[in-house]
Design a protein around this ligand. Structure first.
Ligand code: MTE
Ligand code: MO
Length: 189
């Protein structure tokens, strides 16, 4: 594919890997107390320790990523567990079609469950074959390449199933609820 056909409207290609987030970078002395909680509109709450999570079958994806502040990066490689594969352990209630992703320090972002079920959506702990750095989301981040990268929460700790959609952190601040870079859904209204 030609470079310009891979670049969504209004985006600029970068070779760097910018670090972008609100607030400070969480530091962990150990992951003994770390867990991933899956809760909300599901039959039974599920909890994974870091060991349990990283022992699940892993998937590697190569994807282009697009930040709403207009940088895009091609061919980034991520490794982790597919969101869809995690769903083997979760029984959502009928009509629970939305998920709020909860990260450290109260960061949240909301996504429709169907988006998260895509083949290329990972809960990742490796980037370019190496463990994530703290800045880029160690020990666990979401990667949703098909949406603006603010949906790809770093330092994920919880997945809350919801029967009704609710705006997350940037979505409340005026970012678009869906955030499809090909439709240039940057801001609401
Ligand atoms: N927890 C958390 N995750 C976050 C953010 C944040 O502020 N907090 N910012 C998002 C935004 S706007 C972008 S562009 C990407 C940046 O990821 P990177 O720093 O690994 O490039 O993280 C996303 N995930
Ligand atoms: Mo971003």
């Amino acid at each position: 594919m030609k470079e310009r056909d891979r670049l969504p409207p209004g985006q600029v290609l970068t070779q760097r890997f910018p670090v972008l987030h609100y607030g400070s970078v969480p530091r962990y002395e150990s992951l003994d107390d770390w867990d991933l909680r899956i809760f909300g509109a599901i039959e039974e709450e599920v909890r994974f320790t870091y060991d349990e999570l990283t022992r699940l079958p892993t998937t590697r994806i190569v994807a282009d990523i697009h930040c709403v502040t207009r940088w895009s990066k091609f061919d980034t490689t991520w490794e982790g567990v597919r969101f869809r594969d995690l769903m083997a352990f979760v029984r959502p209630l009928e009509g629970a079609e939305f998920v709020m992703v909860h990260a450290e320090h109260g960061f949240t972002t909301n996504l429709p469950l169907v988006r998260l079920m895509a083949d290329n959506v990972l809960l990742a702990w490796k980037y370019e074959g190496e463990p994530l750095t703290p800045e880029h989301g160690w020990p666990l981040r979401l990667v949703v390449p098909d949406l603006y990268f603010w949906k790809s929460a770093k330092w994920v700790r919880g997945l809350e199933f919801m029967s009704e959609d609710r705006p997350g952190f940037w979505e409340q601040a005026g970012y678009h609820n869906e955030g499809d870079p090909w439709k240039e859904q940057r801001y609401a209204g």
